[in-house]
Design a protein around this ligand. Structure first.
Ligand code: GRF
Length: 198
């Protein structure tokens, strides 16, 4: 059984997609052991609680330095003996010591077709604003392994989503979530849990 920790900062719809997929048997051989948020107000923590999954907040505001926060985050992750860390809308830069320790065991979902609209500054609605501004006709989502760069690790899965006339960033964000993100992230976990990743 793959022990999964999910790191979140916000609403947690991707977390919900993972929990639903496990409940419905679309993801097998995996269990979410803990949900960790940097943000005490994240609704994702409530989703974890509703599922009787430990919900832990490690906020940078509770620490005197970034180093102390990074250390506490790593210790929290370590304490659950995780096989896979899933970044599901986690808006904190993952500490390098965590990346080193969990190399090829951290995945992230990004709401564009990498290498478009990714890297520093591209998060949340900004990604979709940039896609609309550039006038692309296709966007999508990407699941990738996390390395020291921003959105630069090896790509595991991608799915394209159409941009339609009249789209606003909010409408496009919702379509990318529904048609791509909520499918890809569970699918990636299922692949890893069942040894279908080379
Ligand atoms: C998603 O768009 C994800 O791709 C991005 O942050 C957003 C998180 O949404 N990294 P949610 O918290 O899962 O609802």
């Amino acid at each position: 059984m793959l022990k999964v920790g999910v790191l979140v900062s916000g609403g947690g719809t991707n977390l919900q997609a993972i929990l639903d997929a496990i409940d419905e048997g679309r993801v097998t051989n995996a269990a979410v052991e803990v949900v960790i948020s940097n943000n005490p107000g994240a609704f994702a923590l409530k989703r974890a609680g509703n599922h009787k999954i430990p919900a832990v907040c490690v906020s940078p505001k509770s620490f005197e330095s970034r180093e102390a926060f990074n250390q506490a985050l790593l210790e929290t992750v370590d304490s659950y003996g995780l096989d896979l860390i899933v970044l599901a809308g986690f808006l904190v830069k993952v500490p390098e010591m965590m990346i080193e320790k969990y190399r090829n065991r951290i995945i992230n979902i990004h709401p564009s077709l990498i290498p478009s609209f990714c890297g520093v500054g591209y998060y949340g609605l900004k990604v979709h604003e940039a896609a609309l501004k550039r006038g692309v006709k296709l966007t999508g989502a990407t699941v990738h392994f996390v390395d020291e760069g921003m959105d630069s690790g090896p790509i595991l899965l991608q799915k394209a989503v159409e941009v339609l006339p009249g789209d606003t960033p909010e409408i496009l964000q919702r379509r990318v979530m529904e048609e791509a993100e909520w499918q890809l992230l569970p699918q990636a976990i299922d692949m890893i849990a069942n040894g279908r990743v080379s």
